[in-house]
Write a protein that binds this ligand. Structure first.
Ligand code: MN
Length: 251
């Protein structure tokens, strides 16, 4: 079989432990190039840099750090920087889960979406942890297994995968479940305080992460120790609402 060519990116930055573990594991199953942000760019979503130039620094053979977003990295990587056209783009391993509604903020998931928009099979991998994460190598091992499967079978058109792996040693991980995107519970997420110079400031995201424990969802799977694989597509159309809106009396 021809060797699989893989582009690796992330949103935690090129020096994060997750991308190192991922690239190392994928090198055992294919040729790997790394193009990733030069610093953490978590929660930038699908942002594309249009209003200032981007710089890339080569830091190894087929490895580049870019002062842009994960979506910038996929674009620059594929069109300019790396020496091959990838068969697969893998984004991660993110420090922290990308579950439920959080996928809409995720730079990690958006990088996979960008590849999918370009017609290249892709998946995002995240380690579900509240801390710095311990078991990146176990998650990376699963990513390598999944990469081979995607390379062999392909993915349906407009489909990319969002993979979440519990932060457990390999032998403690339970088998992967195919899931749907879950639902977050929104509560007091913003800190509202006064800085040392007397000005108010706000800080988003201090609340505890809570998700609805719905059967069949990504959260339900990972909270029980299973790896979760959710097929996503970039089309956000809510097809079940089309008929309803057609019934509105708009002229
Ligand atoms: Mn991140």
């Amino acid at each position: 079989m021809e060797s699989m060519k893989i582009l690796v990116t992330n949103d935690d930055g090129i020096h994060s432990p997750g991308i190192k573990a991922l690239a190392e594991a994928l090198r055992k199953v294919g040729d790997v190039a790394v193009v990733a942000p030069d610093r953490e760019r978590s929660a930038v979503g699908h942002a594309l840099t249009l209003h200032h130039p981007l710089r890339a620094v080569q830091i190894g053979h087929d490895a580049f750090s870019v002062d842009g977003t994960p979506t910038d990295c996929v674009n620059l990587g594929i069109h300019n920087l790396i020496s091959f056209k990838p068969d697969l783009v893998v984004s991660g391993i993110n420090r922290g889960g990308n579950l439920a509604d959080d996928v809409t903020y995720s730079g990690t998931v958006s990088a996979a979406m960008e590849a999918s928009l370009m017609g290249i099979p892709a998946f995002a991998v995240s380690l579900v942890t509240e801390g710095i994460g311990e078991h990146y190598h176990a998650a990376a091992g699963f990513a390598a297994q999944l990469a081979r499967e995607v390379f062999t079978r392909g993915l349906p058109a407009d489909t990319f995968l969002n993979v979440n792996v519990p932060d457990l040693p390999g032998e403690a991980l339970r088998p992967p479940l195919i899931t749907s995107q879950g639902k977050r519970r929104y509560e007091g997420l913003i800190v509202d305080k006064v800085d040392p110079r007397g000005r108010k400031y706000y800080w988003i995201g201090s609340g505890e992460q809570t998700f609805l424990d719905l059967e069949g969802t990504d959260y339900h799977a990972v909270s029980r120790g299973h790896i979760s694989i959710t097929p996503l597509h970039p089309d956000l159309t809510n097809y079940s609402s089309l008929r309803l809106l057609h019934g509105w009396e708009l002229t």
